[in-house]
Design a protein around this ligand. Structure first.
Ligand SMILES: [Fe+2]
Length: 306
């Protein structure tokens, strides 16, 4: 399961002191031990019982101006600090089924009942309330190709919750959790790994009953824009999609480019020919995804050609 970091009680810290500590400590969020070593800073922040309410009040007085600029998440999240390429700090609110927010919005905005891993590591601490529940699993990222429907050796570890003061390190591409509602409204605080590379690293949704990858959660605007480039960008757009298909560092983007070039082809057979390039690619991911897409196109041929 996500690594529980045993932390002795710490003196309460201000947010600025935590930021200074992270900036001064040679902190490397890509390194598991370095991430674990800064756990006492987060534990100290959790001991500060006023800072979050102070920030919430200041944001409300400022019409949440800073949140509008820096927060790309839903209102479930308050962005606390984002000044570094390496990391950011946020607070997350976890409603219980009894809260009106949950009753009106349902479970899905809070990612409850959606088993997933993360394409980034993060350190978290329970700040308020009994904490959200999770069923924890682990898997071997290196052993999977990343295809929806692929079997995964998911190992169930335990069910537990993120209680007040408990510090945990969720390790990228290793820890999986099926997050379940908190029994009462709870708040956690996270130090998140930030890197421009993260959008190109895959995060999966799992079917823990079938022990399968259920889908790839990571999406970038590049994938949507490739569809526009291939279909409506003329020769220049298709050239760009061809370049992405041939040489983009992300397998997911290379496949997306091929898929959109195939979709923009004048007829089904030309499209299947383009996907055939993917089926013989050296990348196991591109080969399997191209195979899957070819099967989907063939199955829908009668409808496409109507
Ligand atoms: Fe998660």
């Amino acid at each position: 399961m996500a690594r529980v970091i045993a932390c002795a009680d710490q003196p309460a810290l201000e947010l600025g002191e935590v930021v200074q500590g992270l900036n001064d400590s040679g902190f490397d969020p890509a390194d598991e031990d370095s991430f674990a070593a800064v756990a006492p800073l987060l534990k100290g922040l959790a001991g500060n019982r006023h800072f979050l309410a102070d920030i919430a009040l200041a944001e409300l007085k400022d019409r949440c101006g800073r949140q509008s600029l820096e927060n790309r998440y839903s209102p479930q999240v308050i962005m606390l600090h984002r000044a570094s390429e390496k990391y950011f700090i946020r607070a997350n609110f976890w409603p219980s089924p009894r809260d009106s927010l949950f009753r009106t919005s349902g479970a899905s905005p809070f990612f409850y009942h959606v088993p997933h891993d993360h394409n980034f590591s993060f350190l978290t601490v329970g700040y308020v309330g009994p904490g959200y529940w999770s069923e924890y699993y682990e898997y071997d990222f290196a052993a999977v190709t990343g295809i929806p429907g692929e079997k995964v050796d998911l190992r169930f570890i335990e069910k537990s919750r993120l209680e007040e003061g408990k510090v945990m390190l969720y390790r990228a591409h290793k820890d999986v959790h099926n997050q379940l509602p908190a029994d009462q409204l709870s708040v956690s605080i996270n130090v998140m790994h930030a890197s421009p590379a993260l959008p190109f690293l895959d995060q999966y949704r799992f079917d823990v009953g079938k022990c399968e990858i259920a889908g790839i959660l990571t999406r970038t605007s590049s994938e949507a824009l490739l569809a526009l480039a291939a279909n409506h960008g003329g020769d220049n757009g298709r050239d760009l999609a061809e370049t992405f298909a041939a040489s983009h560092p992300s397998e997911r983007i290379r496949f997306a480019a091929l898929r959109e070039l195939a979709a923009a082809a004048p007829d089904v057979d030309s499209g299947l020919e383009i996907l055939g390039r993917g089926r013989s690619a050296a990348s196991a991911f591109i080969a399997a995804m191209s195979d899957r897409e070819s099967a989907r196109v063939v199955a829908g041929r009668a409808w496409i050609e109507r």
